[in-house]
Every structure is written in C-alpha cells, then in structure tokens.
Write a protein that binds this ligand. Structure first.
Ligand code: SF4
Length: 118
C-alpha cells in the first residue's frame, strides 16, 4: 500500500513538472515570437534605390516591375508569396532573407523571386 502512495506521489510530481515545463516552454515561445515580430516591424524599409535592390529590379509594387527588362515577371508574383519572404501574414512589410536587416513590401517584387512551395 505504501508503495502505491509513493508511486502516486511520484506520478503527481512528474505530472506537475511536465505541466510547469510545458507552460515555461509556451511562455518562451510566445516571448520569442513577439520579439521577432517587433523586430520585423522595426526594420528599415528596403529602398528601391539601394544598389543591390536596383540590380535585382526591386519595386515596392510588383505591378510596376520592368517587364521589358524582366520578361519572366508576372504580376501575381509578390514578395508575400516568395520563398525568401519572412513577414507575418497580413503585414505590409516583412524581412527578406536576400536583404538582411531590411524589410521589403509584401506586394513588392525583385528578379530573385522564387515561388513558395504549395
Ligand atoms: S527575394 Fe522575394 S521576398 Fe525578397 S525582395 Fe525579391 S521577391 Fe521580394
């Protein structure tokens, strides 16, 4: 009988530990996500006049891409559906892995565009 009590106590302790650990991990994940989105919003916007942006034909409005210079461009191609875009859904600007430290317009485009996998 006393073994059962001690087993119950161990299980209760383990359960409580797992619950507290789960809460802790959840809180850390939430803090990281909040901090990440706050940082993304703080990023300076990529200027179309930036040397690399210019070389890649970056525009803040995909409809205004130079189709003569970039014949493969399609108006439906926008940063928000590019594989390099890191912005949160619904945000106007977001980070792009090709332009570290800058935020690109979600409706923008550049010639490095790669469609997100479906
Ligand atoms: S690589 Fe993709 S997300 Fe980045 S600027 Fe070009 S089109 Fe936009």
């Amino acid at each position: 009988m006393s073994n059962r009590k001690s087993e119950t106590s161990v299980n209760g302790g383990r359960r409580q530990f797992l619950q507290l650990t789960g809460l802790g991990i959840g809180a850390v994940a939430l803090a990281a996500a909040t901090s990440r989105s706050a940082r993304a919003e703080d990023l300076p916007h990529l200027s179309p006049d930036d040397a690399t942006a210019k070389a890649l034909g970056y525009v803040e409005d995909s409809a205004k891409a130079d189709s003569a210079k970039f014949p493969n461009h399609k108006p439906t191609q926008q940063c928000l559906n590019c594989n390099f875009y890191q912005g949160a859904a619904g945000s106007e600007f977001g980070p792009c892995t090709l332009f570290p430290g800058k935020a690109v317009h979600s409706k923008g485009w550049c010639s490095a565009y790669v469609a997100k996998p479906a």
